[in-house]
Design a protein around this ligand. Structure first.
Ligand code: SF4
Length: 312
């Protein structure tokens, strides 16, 4: 059985865990290719117009995998802890896929995380418990699943810690530095985020991803910028990232895929609370690469450079 993993959404947070879990079990799996115009157009055609850019990209990746795998890996991720929730999209992709492809009825491999115990989802629980629920679908013993999960979890945590250490080193290093605040599936997406990162780098800027923070600390720190009622875990982490890095960067870029409800709130908080740094707001609507934003990126880097030189 070949498992298909969409290179979108939570893949950018959990992909190392997922791939190492399947690899450790010796399962065949395939990850969809990098996002391109065709993937975005397909996803846009499948999803309602008002859906966010990221979910259109997600569905485009799902579609690209249908002929390449026996089942799609689509976890149901309500939250990552008892305090905080995920965007509803990560609880909805199952139903969306089943609805969009009701004739074809693709097989889904899934696990359901819910630390709060409040969601009505079969077999939902903490992450390890959730992984165990895949034993039957994968034809494995509970022990095999537990061992594979624990080994993969350790690798993914070490990988994340290494990336956080790299971000900290950039923040402590020389150069003009920009904190980029956005979902990792936007920042690292080859079609919507990476061209922007590359453009800044071509101007000599050092980029720091606000997602790369100690997540537990960020869950406490986000209250320094907001009243503590923000429900979304990832949004809290992004605000925690702003608290962590704001004094060590020269400017902040807010990267948002249109139309994202959580981001609209988070961006507003940052614009109101961080009044000592230049902020550039980039709203991506799925246009080709850098279309329409090159001039704004160049102007912003000019501002940061003049500030850094003590010029006004
Ligand atoms: S958080 Fe925003 S960008 Fe992400 S899936 Fe939800 S609406 Fe879309």
């Amino acid at each position: 059985m070949t498992v298909g993993i969409p290179r979108a959404g939570m893949y950018y947070r959990c992909g190392v865990l997922w791939e190492n879990f399947l690899r450790s079990l010796g399962e065949d799996y395939v990850v969809s290719g990098e996002t391109n115009k065709a993937i975005l157009e397909k996803g846009s055609a499948l999803m309602a117009d008002e859906s966010c850019l990221s979910s259109k990209i997600y569905m485009g990746h799902v579609d690209s995998l249908l002929d390449r795998c026996d089942c799609l890996f689509v976890p149901w991720l309500s939250n990552f802890g008892a305090d905080g929730i995920n965007c509803t999209r990560f609880r909805a992709y199952h139903a969306m896929i089943s609805n969009i492809y009701r004739e074809r009825a693709p097989k889904l491999l899934t696990y359901a995380i819910d630390y709060s115990g409040t969601q009505d989802m079969k077999h939902a629980g903490d992450e390890e418990t959730a992984f165990m629920s895949m034993a039957k679908a994968l034809g494995r013993s509970k022990k095999e699943i537990r061992d594979a999960y624990r080994a993969a979890k350790q690798i993914s945590e070490e990988d994340f810690a290494r990336r956080v250490a790299q971000a900290e080193a950039v923040a402590d290093g020389e150069g003009t530095k920009i904190l980029i605040v956005g979902h990792d599936y936007s920042i690292y997406d080859a079609y919507i985020g990476r061209p922007i990162i590359k453009a800044f780098q071509n101007f000599g800027m050092k980029l720091i991803d606000a997602n790369l923070v100690d997540r537990r600390q960020a869950q406490r720190d986000f209250r320094k910028l907001s009243d503590g009622t923000l429900p979304w875990t990832v949004s809290r982490e992004l605000l925690g990232g702003v608290v962590r890095y704001r004094d060590r960067v020269d400017g902040i870029v807010l990267l948002t895929g249109f139309p994202c409800g959580p981001d609209s709130l988070v961006n507003e908080v940052i614009k109101r609370e961080v009044d000592d740094k230049p902020i550039l707001y980039l709203l991506q609507d799925g246009q080709d690469g850098l279309a329409g934003v090159e001039t704004r990126i160049e102007s912003f880097t000019d501002i940061l450079t003049y500030h850094g030189n003590g010029e006004r």
